[in-house]
Design a protein around this ligand. Structure first.
Ligand SMILES: Nc1ncnc2c1ncn2[C@@H]1O[C@H](COP(=O)(O)OP(=O)(O)O)[C@@H](O)[C@H]1O
Ligand SMILES: N[C@@H](CCOP(=O)(O)O)C(=O)O
Length: 303
């Protein structure tokens, strides 16, 4: 069995407006991790790109922690040492699923390197969700495309993947400011009015129809309305809230990406030119594709 594996994991945008904690989209923006198990009992991590100079470079690194958790869960021995190289393009704490990507990468690396065939894809999904907390990020990261995630009454997470219409072009607008997902979740009320829950249920159902069959701008605009999370979180990211408002006012279906503060817009060819004039200099606009396949695992010699 090889002692080195390469993992590529996509960024994800969760919620998509009305699908709070349920809907997610995989994006063509990736973190790449190469992991080698070593005999020397030390953990060494190098990071290029996002997170460089910020994240822990030893046992505290999120990918390493996910690997350790997965090895323990699979029942095998922990590796003596781990050497890891990360090349990250997913910005941290912006609402683009960086922590989900890191956790998925670690679990997939541990499974690949241990050769534990009995640890199924469902087991990977369940463990990543348990560690990260958000199946709406984990599902598209693992499976690609557009996913609907939910929990069984037993607490087991499940997902269904659907393929978005090829005309759907995500545009992500990323600010330099950060907001941790944990902090953004603390802003949400315990209860919401029944009429708001019913409003979101209808919009979330419409959004699946819009993204897969009817990606017209006016349908996407209605389908991306939300009353369950964005307004409650707006005080923590007023500039994101204003940008979403301005984009929607000129006809671009825009939402807060995940827990923010990045903004996700669905751009048809006729709306791309509408986005740039609304965005200030301190934001970075990235036109993307939907990633169709999700996390990728390769052994170097087969690449
Ligand atoms: N590739 C990574 N390597 C190490 N730590 C990471 C990585 N990605 C995310 N993290 C950790 O997760 C935090 C961001 O998680 P979170 O607040 O959930 O935001 P996000 O929306 O980006 O997932 C980072 O500040 C960092 O501590
Ligand atoms: N449903 C979660 C999604 C968090 O996504 P992230 O990319 O910000 O981690 C939420 O809205 O809290």
């Amino acid at each position: 069995m090889s002692s080195t594996v390469q993992i590529r994991v996509p960024a994800t945008s969760a919620n998509l407006g009305p699908g709070y904690d349920a809907l997610g989209l995989a994006l063509s923006l990736y973190d790449e991790v190469e992991v080698t198990l070593t005999a020397e009992p030390e953990v060494t991590v190098t990071v290029e790109g996002e997170g460089a100079g910020e994240v822990d470079l030893g046992e505290g690194h999120l990918v390493v922690r996910a690997m350790r958790t997965a090895f323990a869960r699979m029942g095998g021995a922990q590796p003596a040492g781990i050497r890891m190289r990360c090349r990250n393009a997913i910005p941290h704490a912006r609402g683009l699923g960086s922590s989900s990507a890191a956790v998925c990468a670690g679990i997939l690396a541990a499974r690949a390197l241990s050769g534990a065939a009995e640890f199924s894809d469902d087991d990977v999904f369940a463990l990543a969700t348990e560690m990260e907390g958000h199946p709406d990020n984990v599902a598209p990261c693992l499976a690609g495309g557009l996913t609907v995630a939910w929990y069984e009454h037993t607490g087991v997470p499940r997902m269904v993947k659907v393929t978005p219409d090829e005309r759907i072009r995500p545009v992500v607008v990323v600010p330099s400011t950060r907001l941790s997902t944990e902090a953004a979740r603390e802003l949400l009320p315990k209860d919401v009015p029944h009429k708001d829950a019913s409003f979101n249920a209808g919009r979330a159902a419409l959004l699946i129809a819009a993204l897969t069959r009817r990606p017209e701008r006016e349908i996407l605009l209605a389908a991306t309305e939300d009353r369950l999370h964005q307004s409650y979180r707006a005080p923590a990211m007023p500039e994101s809230a204003h940008l979403v408002e301005r984009l929607r006012a000129v006809g671009v279906p825009a939402v807060v990406s995940g827990a923010g503060p990045a903004v996700l817009a669905f751009s048809a060819s006729d709306s791309q030119d509408l986005i740039a004039p609304e965005v200030g200099n301190d934001w970075h606009i990235q036109q993307m594709d939907v990633d169709p396949v999700g996390a990728n695992v390769q052994f170097p010699e087969t690449r």
